[in-house]
Design a protein around this ligand. Structure first.
Ligand code: ATP
Length: 323
Protein backbone atom coordinates (compact mmCIF):
# COMPACT_ATOMS: atom_id res chain seq x y z
CA UNK A 1 0.00 0.00 0.00
CA UNK A 2 1.41 3.34 -1.09
CA UNK A 3 -1.35 5.88 -0.76
CA UNK A 4 -4.26 5.74 1.67
CA UNK A 5 -7.34 7.84 0.99
CA UNK A 6 -9.12 8.99 4.15
CA UNK A 7 -12.58 10.55 4.34
CA UNK A 8 -15.44 11.31 6.73
CA UNK A 9 -19.01 10.57 5.68
CA UNK A 10 -22.59 10.72 6.93
CA UNK A 11 -23.33 12.57 10.17
CA UNK A 12 -20.36 14.29 11.77
CA UNK A 13 -19.13 13.39 15.24
CA UNK A 14 -16.64 14.96 17.65
CA UNK A 15 -13.34 13.08 17.40
CA UNK A 16 -13.41 12.62 13.64
CA UNK A 17 -10.50 15.06 13.42
CA UNK A 18 -8.52 13.08 15.96
CA UNK A 19 -9.15 9.99 13.80
CA UNK A 20 -8.00 11.74 10.61
CA UNK A 21 -4.88 12.91 12.42
CA UNK A 22 -4.12 9.40 13.66
CA UNK A 23 -4.53 7.90 10.18
CA UNK A 24 -2.26 10.53 8.63
CA UNK A 25 0.45 10.35 11.28
CA UNK A 26 0.44 6.54 11.49
CA UNK A 27 0.67 6.27 7.71
CA UNK A 28 3.61 8.71 7.66
CA UNK A 29 5.24 6.62 10.39
CA UNK A 30 5.08 3.61 8.05
CA UNK A 31 6.17 5.61 4.98
CA UNK A 32 2.72 5.57 3.36
CA UNK A 33 1.28 8.65 1.65
CA UNK A 34 -2.17 9.95 2.56
CA UNK A 35 -4.75 11.67 0.41
CA UNK A 36 -7.59 13.49 2.12
CA UNK A 37 -10.92 13.12 0.33
CA UNK A 38 -13.27 15.99 1.04
CA UNK A 39 -17.05 15.64 1.55
CA UNK A 40 -17.24 11.85 1.74
CA UNK A 41 -18.41 9.84 -1.24
CA UNK A 42 -19.64 12.99 -2.92
CA UNK A 43 -16.17 14.54 -3.00
CA UNK A 44 -14.69 11.19 -4.03
CA UNK A 45 -16.79 11.20 -7.19
CA UNK A 46 -15.98 14.84 -7.85
CA UNK A 47 -12.25 14.41 -7.36
CA UNK A 48 -11.96 16.59 -4.26
CA UNK A 49 -8.59 15.16 -3.22
CA UNK A 50 -5.94 16.88 -1.10
CA UNK A 51 -2.50 15.49 -0.32
CA UNK A 52 -1.96 15.37 3.45
CA UNK A 53 1.16 15.45 5.57
CA UNK A 54 2.06 15.62 9.25
CA UNK A 55 1.56 19.36 9.25
CA UNK A 56 -1.91 19.28 7.68
CA UNK A 57 -3.27 17.59 10.80
CA UNK A 58 -1.53 19.86 13.31
CA UNK A 59 -3.71 21.43 15.95
CA UNK A 60 -6.90 19.54 15.05
CA UNK A 61 -7.05 16.81 17.71
CA UNK A 62 -9.07 19.10 19.99
CA UNK A 63 -11.45 20.41 17.34
CA UNK A 64 -15.03 19.23 16.84
CA UNK A 65 -16.49 18.61 13.37
CA UNK A 66 -14.30 17.33 10.56
CA UNK A 67 -11.68 19.30 8.63
CA UNK A 68 -12.36 17.08 5.61
CA UNK A 69 -16.07 18.00 5.74
CA UNK A 70 -18.77 15.41 5.38
CA UNK A 71 -21.71 14.85 3.07
CA UNK A 72 -24.46 12.49 2.13
CA UNK A 73 -24.31 11.29 -1.46
CA UNK A 74 -27.14 9.59 -3.33
CA UNK A 75 -25.04 9.18 -6.45
CA UNK A 76 -22.83 6.66 -4.63
CA UNK A 77 -25.85 4.40 -4.28
CA UNK A 78 -25.77 3.84 -8.05
CA UNK A 79 -23.25 1.60 -9.89
CA UNK A 80 -22.27 4.51 -12.18
CA UNK A 81 -21.64 6.76 -9.19
CA UNK A 82 -19.37 4.18 -7.60
CA UNK A 83 -17.54 3.47 -10.88
CA UNK A 84 -16.92 7.16 -11.25
CA UNK A 85 -15.56 7.33 -7.68
CA UNK A 86 -13.26 4.39 -8.37
CA UNK A 87 -11.91 6.08 -11.49
CA UNK A 88 -11.07 9.15 -9.44
CA UNK A 89 -9.16 6.99 -6.94
CA UNK A 90 -7.18 5.34 -9.73
CA UNK A 91 -6.45 8.73 -11.29
CA UNK A 92 -5.10 10.02 -7.99
CA UNK A 93 -3.19 6.78 -7.31
CA UNK A 94 -5.11 6.07 -4.09
CA UNK A 95 -4.77 2.31 -3.45
CA UNK A 96 -6.55 1.87 -0.07
CA UNK A 97 -9.28 3.64 1.88
CA UNK A 98 -10.13 4.49 5.48
CA UNK A 99 -13.81 5.43 5.78
CA UNK A 100 -14.84 7.26 8.95
CA UNK A 101 -18.60 7.21 9.55
CA UNK A 102 -21.62 5.23 10.64
CA UNK A 103 -23.70 2.37 9.31
CA UNK A 104 -24.64 4.09 6.03
CA UNK A 105 -21.00 4.84 5.32
CA UNK A 106 -20.05 1.20 5.94
CA UNK A 107 -22.92 -0.08 3.81
CA UNK A 108 -21.51 1.98 0.95
CA UNK A 109 -17.95 0.87 1.75
CA UNK A 110 -18.99 -2.77 1.75
CA UNK A 111 -20.63 -2.52 -1.68
CA UNK A 112 -17.66 -0.57 -3.04
CA UNK A 113 -15.05 -2.94 -1.61
CA UNK A 114 -16.83 -5.91 -3.19
CA UNK A 115 -17.19 -4.22 -6.57
CA UNK A 116 -13.66 -2.95 -6.98
CA UNK A 117 -10.23 -4.24 -6.13
CA UNK A 118 -9.40 -1.78 -3.38
CA UNK A 119 -8.98 -2.55 0.32
CA UNK A 120 -11.33 -0.51 2.51
CA UNK A 121 -11.43 -0.40 6.30
CA UNK A 122 -13.73 1.71 8.46
CA UNK A 123 -13.56 3.66 11.70
CA UNK A 124 -16.71 3.97 13.83
CA UNK A 125 -17.48 7.69 13.73
CA UNK A 126 -20.99 8.44 14.96
CA UNK A 127 -22.48 9.92 18.11
CA UNK A 128 -25.13 7.16 18.13
CA UNK A 129 -22.93 4.27 19.34
CA UNK A 130 -25.10 1.96 17.25
CA UNK A 131 -22.43 -0.22 15.64
CA UNK A 132 -21.52 -3.80 16.43
CA UNK A 133 -17.80 -4.48 16.93
CA UNK A 134 -16.76 -1.65 19.23
CA UNK A 135 -17.71 -0.86 22.81
CA UNK A 136 -17.97 2.81 21.93
CA UNK A 137 -18.04 4.81 18.73
CA UNK A 138 -16.02 7.98 18.20
CA UNK A 139 -18.18 10.93 19.27
CA UNK A 140 -20.52 9.12 21.61
CA UNK A 141 -18.70 10.04 24.81
CA UNK A 142 -18.54 13.72 23.86
CA UNK A 143 -22.21 13.75 22.81
CA UNK A 144 -23.46 12.17 26.04
CA UNK A 145 -21.40 14.62 28.09
CA UNK A 146 -22.95 17.48 26.12
CA UNK A 147 -26.40 16.07 26.86
CA UNK A 148 -25.64 15.63 30.56
CA UNK A 149 -24.39 19.20 30.76
CA UNK A 150 -27.54 20.50 29.06
CA UNK A 151 -29.95 18.39 31.14
CA UNK A 152 -28.25 19.47 34.37
CA UNK A 153 -29.00 23.04 33.37
CA UNK A 154 -32.59 22.16 32.51
CA UNK A 155 -32.88 20.47 35.91
CA UNK A 156 -31.93 23.74 37.63
CA UNK A 157 -34.78 25.64 36.02
CA UNK A 158 -37.18 22.68 36.29
CA UNK A 159 -36.50 22.56 40.01
CA UNK A 160 -36.99 26.31 40.48
CA UNK A 161 -40.36 26.26 38.71
CA UNK A 162 -41.59 22.80 39.78
CA UNK A 163 -41.74 21.75 36.17
CA UNK A 164 -41.71 18.54 34.21
CA UNK A 165 -39.42 18.61 31.19
CA UNK A 166 -39.59 16.33 28.20
CA UNK A 167 -36.09 16.43 26.72
CA UNK A 168 -35.49 15.01 23.25
CA UNK A 169 -32.01 13.73 22.46
CA UNK A 170 -30.52 12.36 19.23
CA UNK A 171 -30.83 8.74 18.13
CA UNK A 172 -33.04 8.05 15.14
CA UNK A 173 -32.78 4.27 15.49
CA UNK A 174 -31.00 3.92 18.78
CA UNK A 175 -31.76 4.81 22.38
CA UNK A 176 -28.19 4.50 23.61
CA UNK A 177 -27.70 8.26 24.07
CA UNK A 178 -31.05 8.53 25.88
CA UNK A 179 -30.40 5.54 28.12
CA UNK A 180 -26.95 6.49 29.35
CA UNK A 181 -27.78 10.18 29.80
CA UNK A 182 -31.03 9.22 31.51
CA UNK A 183 -29.07 7.32 34.13
CA UNK A 184 -26.49 10.08 34.48
CA UNK A 185 -29.03 12.86 34.98
CA UNK A 186 -31.37 10.96 37.25
CA UNK A 187 -34.20 11.12 34.72
CA UNK A 188 -37.58 9.96 35.98
CA UNK A 189 -38.21 8.00 32.78
CA UNK A 190 -36.75 7.37 29.34
CA UNK A 191 -38.51 6.58 26.09
CA UNK A 192 -36.37 4.72 23.56
CA UNK A 193 -37.11 2.78 20.37
CA UNK A 194 -35.76 -0.47 21.84
CA UNK A 195 -37.98 -0.61 24.89
CA UNK A 196 -41.70 -0.98 25.18
CA UNK A 197 -42.26 1.48 28.02
CA UNK A 198 -44.98 3.11 25.95
CA UNK A 199 -47.30 5.84 27.03
CA UNK A 200 -48.97 3.71 29.68
CA UNK A 201 -45.62 2.89 31.22
CA UNK A 202 -44.68 6.55 31.28
CA UNK A 203 -48.01 7.59 32.79
CA UNK A 204 -47.67 4.91 35.44
CA UNK A 205 -44.24 6.11 36.40
CA UNK A 206 -45.47 9.67 36.68
CA UNK A 207 -48.63 8.68 38.52
CA UNK A 208 -47.15 6.25 41.00
CA UNK A 209 -43.72 7.82 41.37
CA UNK A 210 -42.80 9.77 44.47
CA UNK A 211 -45.26 12.59 45.01
CA UNK A 212 -42.89 14.96 46.75
CA UNK A 213 -40.69 15.43 43.70
CA UNK A 214 -40.57 19.03 42.61
CA UNK A 215 -39.00 18.53 39.18
CA UNK A 216 -39.20 15.73 36.69
CA UNK A 217 -37.16 14.95 33.59
CA UNK A 218 -38.24 12.52 30.89
CA UNK A 219 -35.65 11.79 28.20
CA UNK A 220 -37.01 10.82 24.79
CA UNK A 221 -34.85 9.44 21.97
CA UNK A 222 -35.50 11.11 18.63
CA UNK A 223 -36.50 7.77 17.07
CA UNK A 224 -38.90 6.72 19.81
CA UNK A 225 -42.33 6.13 18.35
CA UNK A 226 -44.34 6.07 21.59
CA UNK A 227 -46.28 9.12 20.50
CA UNK A 228 -44.40 10.56 17.53
CA UNK A 229 -41.82 12.88 19.01
CA UNK A 230 -41.25 14.88 22.16
CA UNK A 231 -43.89 17.50 21.39
CA UNK A 232 -46.58 14.88 21.09
CA UNK A 233 -45.39 13.14 24.28
CA UNK A 234 -45.49 16.53 26.00
CA UNK A 235 -49.00 17.23 24.77
CA UNK A 236 -50.29 13.88 25.99
CA UNK A 237 -48.58 14.21 29.37
CA UNK A 238 -50.07 17.67 29.79
CA UNK A 239 -53.50 16.30 28.89
CA UNK A 240 -53.23 13.44 31.36
CA UNK A 241 -51.61 15.48 34.14
CA UNK A 242 -53.00 19.00 33.89
CA UNK A 243 -51.46 19.77 37.28
CA UNK A 244 -47.95 19.38 35.94
CA UNK A 245 -46.35 22.40 34.37
CA UNK A 246 -44.87 20.60 31.37
CA UNK A 247 -42.17 21.95 29.04
CA UNK A 248 -40.41 20.48 26.04
CA UNK A 249 -36.80 20.90 25.06
CA UNK A 250 -35.22 19.50 21.90
CA UNK A 251 -31.47 19.52 22.35
CA UNK A 252 -30.77 19.15 18.63
CA UNK A 253 -27.50 19.78 16.89
CA UNK A 254 -25.47 20.95 19.86
CA UNK A 255 -25.09 17.20 20.46
CA UNK A 256 -22.92 16.83 17.36
CA UNK A 257 -20.50 19.64 18.11
CA UNK A 258 -17.86 20.67 20.59
CA UNK A 259 -14.36 19.64 21.50
CA UNK A 260 -14.02 15.86 21.70
CA UNK A 261 -13.63 14.40 25.19
CA UNK A 262 -10.40 12.75 26.23
CA UNK A 263 -12.06 9.33 25.80
CA UNK A 264 -13.03 10.13 22.21
CA UNK A 265 -9.59 11.50 21.35
CA UNK A 266 -7.85 8.41 22.68
CA UNK A 267 -10.33 6.03 21.02
CA UNK A 268 -9.94 7.86 17.69
CA UNK A 269 -6.16 7.84 17.99
CA UNK A 270 -6.01 4.13 18.76
CA UNK A 271 -8.38 2.92 16.05
CA UNK A 272 -6.96 5.43 13.53
CA UNK A 273 -3.46 4.03 13.91
CA UNK A 274 -4.82 0.46 14.00
CA UNK A 275 -6.61 1.06 10.68
CA UNK A 276 -3.33 1.85 8.95
CA UNK A 277 -1.73 -1.23 10.46
CA UNK A 278 -4.75 -3.33 9.44
CA UNK A 279 -4.41 -2.21 5.81
CA UNK A 280 -0.69 -3.07 5.91
CA UNK A 281 -1.59 -6.50 7.26
CA UNK A 282 -4.05 -7.17 4.44
CA UNK A 283 -7.35 -6.50 6.21
CA UNK A 284 -10.24 -5.29 4.08
CA UNK A 285 -13.99 -4.75 4.37
CA UNK A 286 -13.75 -4.50 8.14
CA UNK A 287 -14.48 -1.92 10.79
CA UNK A 288 -11.73 -1.33 13.32
CA UNK A 289 -13.09 -0.90 16.84
CA UNK A 290 -12.09 -1.41 20.45
CA UNK A 291 -13.63 -4.17 22.56
CA UNK A 292 -12.52 -4.40 26.19
CA UNK A 293 -9.57 -2.20 25.34
CA UNK A 294 -8.35 -4.44 22.52
CA UNK A 295 -8.40 -3.65 18.81
CA UNK A 296 -11.20 -5.63 17.15
CA UNK A 297 -11.89 -6.27 13.45
CA UNK A 298 -15.52 -6.68 12.42
CA UNK A 299 -16.73 -7.30 8.85
CA UNK A 300 -18.80 -4.35 7.61
CA UNK A 301 -21.91 -6.46 7.13
CA UNK A 302 -21.80 -7.44 10.78
CA UNK A 303 -20.86 -3.99 12.12
CA UNK A 304 -23.94 -2.36 10.60
CA UNK A 305 -26.39 -4.73 12.23
CA UNK A 306 -27.32 -2.22 14.92
CA UNK A 307 -27.77 -4.82 17.59
CA UNK A 308 -25.55 -3.20 20.14
CA UNK A 309 -28.57 -4.23 22.10
CA UNK A 310 -29.93 -2.44 25.09
CA UNK A 311 -29.03 -4.01 28.39
CA UNK A 312 -32.35 -4.49 30.24
CA UNK A 313 -30.49 -3.96 33.52
CA UNK A 314 -29.68 -0.42 32.41
CA UNK A 315 -33.36 0.28 31.78
CA UNK A 316 -34.20 -1.15 35.17
CA UNK A 317 -31.56 1.08 36.72
CA UNK A 318 -33.38 4.21 35.53
CA UNK A 319 -36.56 2.99 37.20
CA UNK A 320 -34.91 1.77 40.37
CA UNK A 321 -32.80 4.83 41.06
CA UNK A 322 -35.21 7.57 40.14
CA UNK A 323 -37.80 6.50 42.70
P1 ATP B 1 -24.79 8.55 10.84
O1 ATP B 1 -25.13 7.19 11.42
O2 ATP B 1 -24.03 9.38 11.80
O3 ATP B 1 -25.96 9.26 10.22
P2 ATP B 1 -23.95 7.29 8.40
O4 ATP B 1 -22.61 6.91 7.92
O5 ATP B 1 -24.88 6.19 8.77
O6 ATP B 1 -23.76 8.28 9.62
P3 ATP B 1 -25.60 7.90 6.07
O7 ATP B 1 -26.06 9.21 5.57
O8 ATP B 1 -26.59 6.86 6.41
O9 ATP B 1 -24.65 8.24 7.30
O10 ATP B 1 -24.61 7.27 4.96
C1 ATP B 1 -23.55 8.02 4.42
C2 ATP B 1 -23.42 7.78 2.94
O11 ATP B 1 -23.10 6.40 2.67
C3 ATP B 1 -24.69 8.00 2.10
O12 ATP B 1 -24.94 9.37 1.85
C4 ATP B 1 -24.35 7.24 0.83
O13 ATP B 1 -23.51 7.99 -0.02
C5 ATP B 1 -23.55 6.05 1.37
N1 ATP B 1 -24.44 4.86 1.42
C6 ATP B 1 -25.33 4.54 2.37
N2 ATP B 1 -26.00 3.41 2.06
C7 ATP B 1 -25.51 3.00 0.87
C8 ATP B 1 -25.76 1.90 0.00
N3 ATP B 1 -26.69 0.98 0.29
N4 ATP B 1 -25.03 1.80 -1.14
C9 ATP B 1 -24.11 2.72 -1.44
N5 ATP B 1 -23.82 3.78 -0.67
C10 ATP B 1 -24.49 3.93 0.46
Amino acid sequence: IKNIGVFTSGGDAPGMNAAIRAVVRAAMYYGIEVTGIRRGYDGMGKGEFVPMNRKSVSNIIQRGGTILKTARCDNFRTPEGRKNAYEQLVKHKVDALVAIGGDGTFTGAKVFGNEFDIPVVGLPGTIDNDLVGTDFTIGYDTAINTVVDAVDKIRDTAESHDRLFIVEVMGRDSGLIALRTGIATGAEAILIPESKTGLEGLFNRLEFGRKDKTSRIVIVAEGDDTAGGAFEVGRLVQEKFPNYDTRISILGHIQRGGAPSCMDRVLASRVGAAAVEALRDGHRNEMIGLINGEVAYTPFEHAIKHHQGIDPNMIKLVEMLSM
